[in-house]
Design a binder for this molecule. Sequence first.
Ligand code: SF4
Length: 440
Amino acid sequence: MTLTSDPTDTRALASVALSIRDISRANETETKTCGSGLAQAPWTFDSMPTYGPGASENDELPAAAPRQGALPAEYQQASEAELHERIIAAKQALGDRVKVMGHFYQRDEVVQHADFVGDSFQLANAAKANPDAEAIVFCGVHFMAETADILTGPHQSVVLPNLAAGCSMADMADADSVEDCWEQLTDLFGSEPDAEGRQPVIPVTYMNSSAALKAFCGRHGGIVCTSSNASTVLEWAFERGQRVLFFPDQHLGRNTAKAMGVPLEQMPLWNPHKPLGGNTEETLRDAKVLLWHGFCSVHKRFTVQQIDKARAEHPGVHVVVHPECPMPVVDAADSSGSTDFIVKAIAAAPAGTTFAIGTEINLVQRLAAENPQHTIFCLDPVICPCSTMYRIHPGFLAWVLEELVAGRVVNQISVPADVAQPAAIALERMLAAVPPVRTA
Ligand code: SF4
């Protein structure tokens, strides 16, 4: 995945950070990015109760969200070229003792150092498949590092370079609210299976959720899903339950269930701030899928108007979006699928295809650089990365790697055994639910 090995030639990277810096220098931040803070170093925001600049800037950060302590000054002050050299040197010193995971949405300056690059499902499998690594450095967000910790052995440490790299969508479904919802549903439906042996409700959590919610699913006969296997997982759940409680992403749940033929009126929203989620008993009894009121602020930015504009300006354009986008956007696109699906769709297309993509800008910009045979652009004209993925800067990566070289594990993500055990049950059910092979 390395686009350049020359640390002085950062222009060769498909770098969103460099684009933002150029926009900032030209004083065009108001129109071309979603926040002037994007041009600042991410540690500027580590002491602030916010997700930081980017798509989740205005989402409410829970008071209990993990915070990052001060990054040592030497890493804040180092040049990009120096950080690049130090990361390479630390990785060489550590050899196979450490594996670096890089999510598709990470900045290029980080992704170029990853041993594995992929979506959350692929990286969960990669972490599990490397039992000999003493440490997994997870350049992604908090729930991904938790999942890696659950799937790896007790002799392995999982490190998240910046503890403030959470996920605003995952935070929209906290364990207390889900327990409260479950109590209300149990009061309404009881806990006995029907004549066909189906439970009243099967909980399904998206991979983008805390370990506590995965554990909740493990304890209550539920399962985890990803955007790659959501329909397979819903089929699994419908076989075992009369209805599904799907959290935290309403859009993935709605888009997937709709494609499976579930009518919209049988997919009520559950608002955790209202009794019965804001529904009548009758609505809940008729429901097939209860959708938690959560969303991804990155994918919520895509609109049907953007698609109309792309079609008007680029006749023949292929519009492909992520299923975390709102339903009208998915319906207006030519295709939709996980990040892995989008990557494969581009790889399989004949040269000269024009793609308008509805997903995170770091991935779109990298795909455009790696596929010069196509024209690839982001549906959203405004540069707006995922706020939390963007919190991982090469300075944090250099710091955690050099600490490992010195024999110290910093920023370790450790899931307690009483949570990890039931969460692993729900995750193993997911890993067994192999997604169907799809071609673009
Ligand atoms: S892109 Fe959306 S779902 Fe993914 S980490 Fe960022 S906020 Fe969370």
